[in-house]
Design a protein around this ligand. Sequence first.
Ligand code: NAP
Length: 287
Amino acid sequence: MEKRIDGATQLICLIGSPVKHSGSPLMHNFCFRHNDQNFAYMAFEVQEEDTAKALEALRLLGARGCNATMPCKTATAKAVDELSPAAQIIGACNTVVNENGKLIGHITDGTGFVCNLRENGVDVKDQKIVVIGAGGAATAIAVECALEGCKSLVIFNRTVSKAAAIAEKIEKAVPGCEVKAVSSEDKAALKEEILAADILINGTSIGMAPNVDATPVEDTSAFHEGLVVADAIYNPLETRLLREAKEAGCKIVTGDGMLLWQGAAAYKLWTGVEMPVEEFRKFKASL
Ligand code: NAP
């Protein structure tokens, strides 16, 4: 029997579907054990229509909180009592903290992305940023970059109406940030904006396994010295976009750190202390 679990252990859950593949239980339980904290993390299969009921159950049981993954992220934002500024702009949550019966919703994907950049020596403040994509990951990234004080954001997406909707939300919430939405079919605009950018971010699934020969930037002539190119994709670790950017002399940042740091941000929200990131990295490498 797990010796750590006793009558005072506080539960933290993952809700969503599917959840069996998730690496979060391994990561959080290792870190609770390492820090000698009395929490336990369990994953539960929950469908979107049952999200509010699952959150009520967590409240009733006095759980410390949860992570919400697809398809429960938007329903979670609707069901909680209060939202963080980023979760309010985005309308989705991946982390819930139960503060004495009050459920506070956060989204840590964007924080995780920005922390990963910071760990790689890249600060988004006052930077000109191009984001490709307007799905869940790209939206969280764009909003966090704006909240962290980037100078400008140009959001390219195949479905340009989605990029425009995010741009409008950011413009309202962060008036100091210049935001523009452009169709990713406009290759000339993409080239021009990359030439003027400090940071280029891929938030689409273009280039993700098994389609590893795909890239969101076919014309790499705009890759320039000083440009940082970051990808949300972590499988493969080095996407075609990153490989070509590295060959052109750009600094590159892989997506695995985003995954780790979004978990670390949630860990801190629940426990109030830093997640032992280095220790977890060593543990994972030893498996
Ligand atoms: P999503 O909500 O489904 O969004 C997908 C995005 O990719 C949309 O912008 C979509 O454009 C675009 N896209 C997909 N296929 C395309 C194609 N063939 N041509 C042009 N655009 C295309 O997915 P998501 O959750 O944001 O995930 C996106 C990527 O980020 C995935 O690879 C995922 O693994 C990764 N991710 C990483 C982390 C991390 O922690 N590192 C976290 C979350 C996600 P439309 O809007 O036009 O459909």
